[in-house]
Design a binder for this molecule. Structure first.
Ligand SMILES: [Cu+2]
Length: 144
């Protein structure tokens, strides 16, 4: 869903970039903000943590995703992918595949390409075949 919006923003951008088009794009993003952060499977929690906090441009960052059942039982063997998009249109998304570093714990290096507001969309495909998605807002600071 977010991908579709990003694509639409990019299309608007390419088609001329008048201020009216930019406003239209912002409204779409605002409308979307309300439905963010939901998981699609009851009982399964997906949490996402980024280190260092806050992440900074020029400093390697790590995204760690924890997948658990009923908030405590780790779910091993999931396929976890993270897509990073900035909150403004016109940038390429960043994709990483996370590696399982402990049962239910998945980690990946993540290269933020610009300071500002990012949305990390975590997609965890469980061994059961169910996919759970969660969006997390991250503020990235400039290099010091
Ligand atoms: Cu940007």
């Amino acid at each position: 869903m977010r991908g579709a919006v990003a694509a639409r923003c990019r299309m608007l951008d390419l088609s001329g970039g008048s201020s009216i088009r930019w406003v239209a794009c912002s409204v779409v993003l605002l409308a979307l903000a309300a439905c963010r952060g939901a998981t699609t499977s009851p009982g399964v929690s997906v949490t996402c943590d980024v280190a260092p906090r806050p992440p900074a441009i020029g400093t390697p960052a790590t995204v760690t995703v924890t997948v658990a059942e009923d908030g405590k039982t780790p779910i091993a063997g999931a396929t976890v992918r993270v897509e990073g998009n900035m909150s403004h249109p016109g940038m390429e998304p960043v994709f990483v595949d996370a590696r399982e570093v402990a049962p239910g714990r998945y980690s990946a290096p993540f290269a933020f390409t610009m300071a500002g507001d990012w949305i990390l969309s975590v997609d965890a495909k469980l061994p059961s075949g169910v996919s759970v998605r969660r969006d997390v807002d991250v503020r990235v600071v400039p290099s010091s």
